[in-house]
Design a protein around this ligand. Sequence first.
Ligand SMILES: Cc1cc2nc3c(=O)[nH]c(=O)nc-3n(C[C@H](O)[C@H](O)[C@H](O)COP(=O)(O)OP(=O)(O)OC[C@H]3O[C@@H](n4cnc5c(N)ncnc54)[C@H](O)[C@@H]3O)c2cc1C
Length: 439
Amino acid sequence: MNTDILIVGTGVGGLFGALNLPRDKKILMITKDEIENSDSFLAQGGICMLRGEEDYDSYFEDTMKAGHYENRKESVDIMIRSSREIIKDLIGYGVEFARENGDLAFTREGGHSRPRILFHEDITGREITEKLLAQVKKRDNITILEHTTMVDLVCRDNVCYGAVCRRRDGSLVTVQAKETVLACGGVGGLYEHSTNFPHLTGDGLAVALKHGVRLENIDYVQIHPTTLYSKKPGRRFLISESVRGEGAVLYNAEHKRFVDELLPRDLLSAAIRRQMELDHKPYVWLSMEHIPQEEIKSHFPNIYQKCLEEGYDVTKECIPVVPAQHYFMGGIWVDRDSRTSMEQLYAVGETSCNGVHGANRLASNSLLESLVFAKRCAAKIKSEISGVREDKKVWEELDLSLYSDYDKIKEDYRRSIEQETERMRRHHEQSNYHEAKCG
Ligand SMILES: Cc1cc2nc3c(=O)[nH]c(=O)nc-3n(C[C@H](O)[C@H](O)[C@H](O)COP(=O)(O)OP(=O)(O)OC[C@H]3O[C@@H](n4cnc5c(N)ncnc54)[C@H](O)[C@@H]3O)c2cc1C
């Protein structure tokens, strides 16, 4: 197959990137699973927006503080400064956010010193992603292929020319592309307990590692403090931070509060784990007793319903919650325009690392970050696509028999990510140790 631009992934990163690319370019989007099965559909709490100039310093500081000041300042500035334009784009595409007396309503989550998060009930991600998808489906120049998995990049001398993909029936298809965008989401599928879809296994990272594309901070993984405790295997259901932002509290086994519920996620997760050890329990309790019943049902209908299905009425009783893997701050290193270290290869969304989140993500910054840098990626591609290189030989020499054992490829990819994660973790440990020693 031939296309101008190949986008691997149909979450918000991929979709918004596609919508911002020129309409006269042929775009192919592929997704490993069904279109609705991306983490973008799962986002509950909301999306941040700079409310006005007077909030800039505070928003910047909150993001930096949550990220342990390891964030790239330039990226944080770009994200915050672009946020109003992005929200305007979304509203233009038909996205509806909660309003109060006709004005946009804002909520607050852990780590934010002020309410600056827009939301749509507790299904903000679904609202945004569905509306973007509807727009993408209207474009004649964009084709989406479901159940089509990128198994490798086709590249030579640090230039990318497309990808090898695998269809649901096991057949292989090659996609020749002038530009390739990796928008493959996070790594939750590599963990036993995660809020992510299990098919999100860091494939972008694995192919980047294989071809020497630069990665950054892939040991920086965020654990969400509050997911619904369950003995069943599979994806963990998230109890959004905004529930705590609206007044939910955490109790230990003796029904006593033990922590500030609005601490940044990493600190709160650590405090919950400590409490679980003290209590000798695999969970702590979360109570919504201070949130009015009508608000629970109107602001958090999805959480209310899901908990009912699991046997808990959150308007009347506490629910057991436990930390689980949730978000991936590291990824494929990209510059301010989402370019990777390989020519003709871009990365956006959770797969990429533009440094916005530093060592820990501030709540509700990730949808925004994905959208801001996907739009910048599209603008860069627009300006560069006419000068791209082609290499006929690389396709003639491609040996597809190397991809016949998919189970082995998956296992190799998993192992290489684990090894690199461990290497980076040790590297971070050593540099922290060095810093501590040398002051
Ligand atoms: C439960 C939950 C709640 C969240 N709540 C919020 C929130 O309130 N606010 C916020 O800002 N963020 C939130 N997040 C984070 C946010 O949803 C994600 O960071 C964001 O949606 C990532 O978008 P993405 O486009 O990078 O990836 P995704 O939406 O995960 O999409 C990844 C895509 O890549 C495809 N893919 C992966 N590998 C391959 C491959 N090899 N070949 C082909 N396709 C592939 C997948 O099929 C999928 O289409 C939440 C996340 C979760 C899990």
